[in-house]
Design a binder for this molecule. Structure first.
Ligand SMILES: Nc1ncnc2c1ncn2[C@@H]1O[C@H](COP(=O)(O)OP(=O)(O)OP(=O)(O)O)[C@@H](O)[C@H]1O
Ligand SMILES: [Mg+2]
Length: 226
């Protein structure tokens, strides 16, 4: 599903965020990206959604080299790869349902599809009852569930979560993680960047450990620390 071939990423200011990365993630995997602050986790995520291009090497997502996508296909890639962030990034002037429906509307889906797919995504994250609320009327966990529904509404093959529980208390953190596990079980490939050792150690999924832009550990049923 995802292949990085000898990928390095150097930002315009000269910082090398990733170096010589070789990584293959199969369809259906659940992968934790761990490593200290500045290790390159978010940069890796940005390459997957083509927010950044690799400086050298190749990033292939679902069979397509992201650097060689024709102009019109970038939007198509973004539909294949959903993303959620630590700070949710919801549209504050739109309701839960409007946030979730937004991508469907801008990609020109008809009203019936928008309604049906929005309801499906809301039900999946358990927010049907909150559909008319604004983000400021929601708890942090509900805001993150809204963000997850927004990402899932396009039925992406891959979901990238960048510190999805960084702003949440321990109980809410577990709710969100259980939801992400469920999304993975329904077939979506998951990549979760996190500093939360407890979660990583409890789930025993694949762990890719970055350090100064390099992969220093890649374990099948890994733990947070070696
Ligand atoms: N837009 C940018 N321009 C220049 N340097 C950047 C940029 N974004 C990140 N960096 C640098 O690249 C390196 C990797 O950053 P990145 O954000 O990928 O790390 P991270 O593992 O996500 O860290 P954290 O755990 O703090 O989120 C760091 O040295 C960072 O300062
Ligand atoms: Mg980061």
């Amino acid at each position: 599903m995802i292949t990085l071939d000898d990928v390095s990423k150097r930002y315009p200011n000269g910082t090398y965020a990733l170096r010589d990365i070789d990584l293959r993630i199969d369809a259906g995997e659940f992968v934790f990206a761990v490593g200290s602050s500045g290790a390159g986790k978010s940069t890796l995520n940005r390459l997957l959604i083509r927010e950044e291009l690799p400086t050298t090497g190749r990033v292939v997502v679902d069979g397509q080299d992201v650097a060689r996508l024709p102009r019109g296909r970038v939007a198509h890639l973004r539909r294949k790869v959903g993303i959620v962030f630590q700070d949710f990034k919801l549209l504050q002037t739109k309701t839960v349902a409007e946030n979730v429906a937004f991508a469907l509307i801008v990609t020109g889906h008809d009203g019936k599809t928008v309604r049906e797919e929005t309801e499906r995504a809301l039900a999946l994250v358990g927010l049907t009852q909150r559909r008319g609320h604004f983000p400021r009327e929601l708890s942090g966990g509900e805001q993150q569930r809204t963000a997850i529904a927004r990402a899932l509404v396009m039925r992406p093959k891959i979901l990238v979560a960048d510190e999805p529980t960084g702003n949440l208390d321990p109980v809410t953190t577990w709710e969100i993680i259980k939801l992400l596990v469920r999304v993975n079980e329904l077939g979506t490939t998951l990549i979760v960047a996190t500093h939360n050792a407890e979660i990583v150690n409890a789930l025993r999924r694949r762990v890719v450990h970055l350090d100064h832009g390099r992969i220093v550990r890649d374990e099948r049923e890994g733990q947070y620390a070696a």
